[in-house]
Design a protein around this ligand. Structure first.
Ligand code: PLP
Length: 406
């Protein structure tokens, strides 16, 4: 008789976005005249940059021509792309990452979720609270956690690192020593960043205790302040203790095209074994590569033209983020984020729960955001807004929020 992976039954179900959807649909039904603005979205809205579209078209033409047709991609990804990444994302910031340490994939979500496979089930993980749910859920599915405790809104056997106002939403070193440490900066959902000094402390800690840091830098392109690390490899010794994930999704609007990569340094070891061959084996066995045309499209963001166009797109979203941040601050709200990330993290007024604030904002301003509690108990009494909407809607939404001060 077939048996299921019973670890899946530990997952309480992801109600966040379906509950938001249901509430908005109900509100719209009850108030058909309401013009609802969604500022909760975590997806990009601007069209793909022209330089990327040109590269895409050219690659499509190549696929229709016998002389230039491409079949399966090389296991690690095409060298033209890995070279462009190594040069532009790492060498330019003083990080010594070779093209052979870069594994091209179809996005950071899969890589963040799959990486745990190369580690034993007896590893203890540490995550930030609040957190992007993929890190926790993928470990639950694998059986690396205990049961979900609905009272605490947490899994047993997981180390949670609180990210609060007091620590600038960047965690302190964990009190118990974890084997795997998930960090994400710039952060979703808080929009916070980590200083190089603090990140260095994590790297030193991991090297001292033999832990591995799994560093998600999906929002790296949004960093605007000069001293914030773009890559964990800017820290000394990080090649001995860290894997980094990157995504083209928010950097260049590839959420629909799909492209990302993972860096596994050749010298990185755990348990006396190198991790590079394990991830290479996993990648080669279970994955057949991002499409050639998409890898060519990705290469185009590193051309002069592509760089300028992508920068303009990010500038568009960050203009919105600043408008939301400044507008809400002016209206008396306590806000953070929005400077090095497209996310604004708002403290709910009058000790309202995240969901109470959601309902009130929907009702009074017809604006939709994301309740912070959906990202873990540390997100309770917070609310996430994003700069990914249109400029017009962002302005309208902020004006409405200001007028209906809650
Ligand atoms: N990592 C974080 C922190 C994210 O917020 C997201 C998407 O929202 C991803 C990874 C997923 O990236 P991708 O689209 O490359 O799968």
């Amino acid at each position: 008789m077939a048996k299921i992976n019973r670890n899946y039954l530990k997952l309480p179900g992801s109600y966040l976005f379906s509950r938001i959807g249901q509430k908005v649909a109900q509100y719209q039904k009850d108030h058909p005249e309401a013009e609802i603005i969604r500022l909760g979205i975590g997806d990009v809205t601007r069209p793909i940059a022209p330089a990327v579209i040109d590269a895409l078209n050219k690659a499509v033409e190549e696929m229709g021509n016998e002389a230039t047709f491409k079949g399966y991609a090389p296991d690690l990804g095409y060298e033209f792309l890995r070279k462009a990444i190594a040069e532009n994302d790492f060498a330019s910031r003083g990080c010594d990452i070779s093209p052979d340490e870069i594994f091209v994939s179809d996005g950071a979500k899969c890589d963040c979720g799959n990486i745990q496979e190369i580690f034993g089930l007896d590893n203890v993980i540490a995550v930030c609270d609040p957190v992007y749910p993929v890190y926790v859920d993928s470990n639950v599915m694998a059986g690396r956690t205990g049961e979900f405790d609905p009272q605490a809104d947490r899994y047993k056997g997981v180390i949670y690192m609180p990210c609060k106002e007091e620590n600038g939403f960047a965690p302190e070193l964990p009190s118990e020593v974890p084997d795997l440490i998930y960090l994400c900066f710039p952060n979703n959902p808080t929009g916070a960043v980590i200083t190089k000094e603090k990140l260095q402390k994590f790297v030193d800690y991991a090297n001292e205790h033999g832990s591995i840091i799994l560093y998600d830098a999906a929002y790296e392109a949004y960093i605007s302040e000069p001293d914030i690390p773009h890559s964990i490899y800017e820290c000394d010794g990080a090649k001995k203790s860290a894997i980094e994930f990157r995504s083209f999704s928010k950097t260049a609007g590839f959420t629909g095209l799909r492209l990302g990569f993972t860096v596994v340094p050749k010298e990185l070891e755990a348990d006396g074994e190198k991790l590079w061959p394990l991830w290479a084996r996993r990648h080669g066995t279970k994955y057949n590569g991002a499409p050639y045309i998409i890898q060519r499209a990705g290469e185009a963001i590193y051309t002069e033209e592509g760089k300028a166009q992508v920068k303009e797109q990010i500038g568009y979203y960050m203009w919105n983020a600043k408008y939301i941040h400044d507008g809400l601050k002016e209206a008396g709200y306590q806000v953070s984020g929005g400077v090095n990330a497209p996310y604004i993290w708002l403290k709910t007024p009058n000790d309202m729960t995240s969901w109470e604030f959601f309902d009130t904002l929907l009702d009074r301003a017809n604006v939709v955001g994301t309740p912070g509690s959906g990202f873990g108990p540390g997100g309770e009494h917070f609310f996430r807004l994003t700069g990914f909407g249109s400029k017009e809607n962002t302005i309208k939404a902020v004006d409405r929020i200001k007028q209906c001060k809650i």
